[in-house]
Every structure is written in structure tokens, then in C-alpha cells.
Ligand binder design. Sequence first.
Ligand SMILES: Cc1ncc(COP(=O)(O)O)c(C=O)c1O
Length: 415
Amino acid sequence: MTQKNNKHRQSSGREACGGGEIKAPPAQAAKAEFQDGFSTRAIHAGQHPDPATGAIVTPVYLTSTYVQEEVGVTKGYDYSRGGNPTRTALEKNVASLEGGHSAFAFGSGMAAITTLLLDYDAGAHVVVSRNVYGGTFRLFERVSKRHGFHFSFVDARDPQIVEKAFTPQTKLLFLETPTNPMMELADIAALSRLAHARGAKVAVDNTFLTPYFQRPLEQGADYVIHSATKYIGGHSDVVGGLAVTKTAEDADRLHFLQMSIGAILSPFDSWLLLRGLKTLAVRMREHAKNATAIARYLEKHAKVKRVLFPALESHPQFELARRQSSGPGGLLSFELDGGQREAKRFVESTRVCSLAESLGAVETLISIPSLMTHASVPKPQREALGITDNLIRISVGIEDEADLLADLAQAFTRC
Ligand SMILES: Cc1ncc(COP(=O)(O)O)c(C=O)c1O
């Protein structure tokens, strides 16, 4: 997939980093290069053998600037804030996997969300699913409000509640589905229709299911967001974020914002994410298999009050989960019979599951949301969201299923 003509004269199109005019870096307009399946694209899309050496792996282009053949004639890059070939490969790959027009890589998931939000003017109103990631809530409520944005946090399980929150100033519906740790789902297709009829766009944070299990753009959303720190990277060794657009127009604006705000992903971190993506499909299958086995085990356990996992028939939105995603991912929560003391003893007794925040990596991580990720949310508000003191969350990794089940069994005997 080498470029036919890799000379670019700075003439029309998007602006260069220095403020002059330049054609977009060749990364953009990255519709699937192959009509191939997901795993094939995860391994190959956006990547070509290195033209100089034949190296099969995309190099880490550690460069800030690019030599111009004549004034204004480049090979598509002029400065690495605006575009870098390693980041380009990652962005093309992710655009292909999400079925989008273009993807943009950022230094973190929060940087991706911030950049998307800055596409709107002060005064804009955003409807947000309650129970979004705490950092997203903090960015919206404690940072962006000061700059004139308005937010309504709603139970996005119910389209009527979402509809009621819309005002004439609503520009964006921001969904996270499923949510964490409560595993609440929002109907992407129905809510996209609702938002579009009111002139608003829809962004879906797809961190938990990844494009392997859920592709929001195909269901009507306009943007997909990722904390690539999680399943996309998959190995607990990189912090990164992604925003994917469905249309060329949105891609132009997001590229302009990415370059102007500058919260970009480094070439090395781009390379780590490319490496992670090559095994995304196999990892997601293993995460889902192990998580399903654990959910079924917990559901039958006498010391467990209830299990929250979208692939269980007992999940109140089981049918929606089946309709809009092809698998459940690796996150689950459960309520232990007892209080915080018992929950603490349980998570401190595991041997294979590590007591830690974060999620989406090969290692199984266990946590108590009320004491860890959601400790800053006041107790009454936490409980209103269902985050009780005895709720335990597991980000199920890809260790041996039998070892994980045995680990949980021995933890039960200690609490
Ligand atoms: C669903 C979700 N979105 C966004 C973020 C923020 O991503 P990052 O930590 O990469 O900034 C997180 C982080 O945990 C998350 O879980």
C-alpha cells in the first residue's frame, strides 16, 4: 500500500503547524485499506514494509521535523505535532477497525475528550450518560463548566430521560456504554436517531468493548473515543487516547484541533499501540471467555448477592447487549454478601488477581470502586448510582481460566 505520489506541495487544504498551508498528512482519509476481516486489518491496515529496508514493522519515527525538497514541497509531513508517520500508521489502523473516515491519536483518553469538546463554543450544552468515567465527569463538571459549557448527566438506559434533557443549545450527546462499574447500556442506534433529529452529534466512549465487540459509527454515532491505555494497548505500559470520526468534514476539524491544541501521542507510544492492536482480537476473545466463566461462577456463589455482566441472561439489558455488540468484553462487577470490611478482605486475599485500578490489560485487576476509583464521589450520590460499599469490580485478564476461578474460590474462604 505504498503511496503513489509522496510529494506534497503546500498549497490548499489544511494548515501546517507553522501557520502556512499544507496538504493533510497522508494519514487521513484512512478508510479500510482492505476489505479483509477484523484481525487481518488489525495486523496490516495503515502499515507497509519500510520502503528503505523492507522492515515489516513500522519504524518509530523519532523526528520532530522533515526536510523539504523545495520550499513548500514535502513528503506529506512538515512537523510532528501535525503528523508523524508512526502516528499516521496507528491512526489509519484504528480508523479502519472502527469503520471511520479518520482517527486521531492523543497523549491520553482525557486529551482526546478535551480536544473533541473544544470543537464546540462556550454556551454549548452536552447531554452525558450518568456513571461515565470519573475523569470525564471531572473534566466536564470541574473544568469545562468554568469555560461556559453546560452538562446534563442522565440515565442513558432510558431514551425518554435522554430526550427530556435536550435543550436548543444541546450540541453533543456523550455516551459511555457499557458504563463502569455498573454495566449500564445505552442504545446507540436509538439515541443517535434522537440526537440527530435535534441537530446534535453523538460521541461514544468505546473503551470497554473496543471495535472488536462494538462499532458505534456503524450504529449511527458520529465520533468514537478511546482510552487506548486500556484494551487497545492491552499491556499496562502506555497511556494514550483516540478519537475517530465518521465524516471527512469532522475529520478536518478534529485534525485542525489536534494540531492546534497539540495534545498528541508520541511516536513511541503510537508504536506500542500498533503493537497492541495486532493482538486485539485474540486478547478480546480471551478476556470475554474468562469473564463469562467468572460471571457464571459468581452468579452461583452463595456469598454473592448479584453479578453485573451484560452477557448474563440476568442482566436487565441482555437483549440490547446482544443486539448492539458481538461480545461482552472483560469487565464485570459483583456485590459481595457483606459490607466494605468483607469486600476489603476479599480483594486483599487474591493471589492471581492484582489489587489495582485501571483495566483492559492482560493482567486481571480487582478493585473496590467505593474505596478506589469512585472514592471522591459522596456516598449518597455513589449509592444512588448503585456503587455500594460491597461492590467489587474485576477487569478480567487473559491468565488461565482455572487459575482465576481457583483464586476467587480461595478468596471467598478468607472473607
Ligand atoms: C471509559 C474511559 N474513558 C476515558 C478514560 C480516560 O483515559 P486516560 O486514562 O487514558 O486519560 C478512562 C480511564 O480510565 C476510561 O475508563
